[in-house]
Design a protein around this ligand. Sequence first.
Ligand code: PMP
Length: 347
Amino acid sequence: MIPLRRNIKEMAGYVPGYQPADAAAYIKLNTNENPYPPSPRVLEAIMAEAGEGLRRYPDAASRAPLEAAARLYDFPPDWIVMANGSDELLNNLIRAFAAEGEEIAYVHPSYSYYATLAEIQGARVRTFGLTARLELDDFPARYEGKLFFLTNPNAPLGFCFPREFIEELAGRVTGMLVIDEAYADFAEEHSLDLVRRHENVVVTRTFSKSYSLAGMRLGLAIARPEVIAALNKIRDHYNLDRLAQVAAAAALRDQDYFRGCVENIRATREWFSNALRELGYEVIPSQANFVFASSPDRNGERVYQGLFDRNILVRYFTDPLLAHGVRITIGTREEMEKTVEALRDIR
Ligand code: PMP
């Protein structure tokens, strides 16, 4: 028998969203990707970098994208760390703050990868539920775990917690409050300013959704320099390859293109949410690039299967808390019109 650590032997491992072998055969609305291509500037930057220089290591400090991010978000560069997807940051935050046997927590339902990362580390996991009004249920006046992950906007439900509540949470959490803002670019509000006021707040962002760069694996975190210094000690020293670095810098600099994509997706989200309601679906008002919707018969798997049979991929959940609905990524207006047609068909 190979001498595996007990928790690795016992853990199931994370299963990412289904990737069909032939993605082009589907309208793919199951992993919250962006329906628009990355900015043309990003593609130009990647093409220019993809030459003989690839034999050299990349800049270990990722200075070009770091400086672009510092300018955009108005934080000094030592308040920011770049990463190979925001998943890398979530992993490194657990490694930095929660030793084996110590506790981390997150909201259920939200991003279940936190639990997998905690299992790898051997940290204990606690979850806090939601009330029917989508408020945190039974969250203590003082939470003493090492990390509390707040996915905001929530995934897979798409709603945001009120800002005053998040600020209050920063005081109630004695460990680190990690605000996972993977979808914040599609929302009305974000929490970056809390980083300036609370030393225990970390905000994570991804380029996978609003910047159309899921395939490049790019994310960033903003926090106090002491926190960023710790995350820099832990990360792979060359965590961003050369192509990812130029892509990230170009994406952050082309804000006009970025805003155009985000505005289109938000407008389509509102149109699609209303179309779903007209079909009798219950739709949680979304601040993200997806909606969570329940059919009148409250059977997510049936809706998933009906759409799958029509070459449209969405996400359903076996978790009893979520089995009544499906999560549908917002694609182009045309893709969503086809989805509405298909839903009418399978009613
Ligand atoms: N947080 C949340 C809430 C997500 O849904 C995702 C995407 N699955 C991530 C983080 C990870 O994103 P990335 O592609 O940047 O690793």
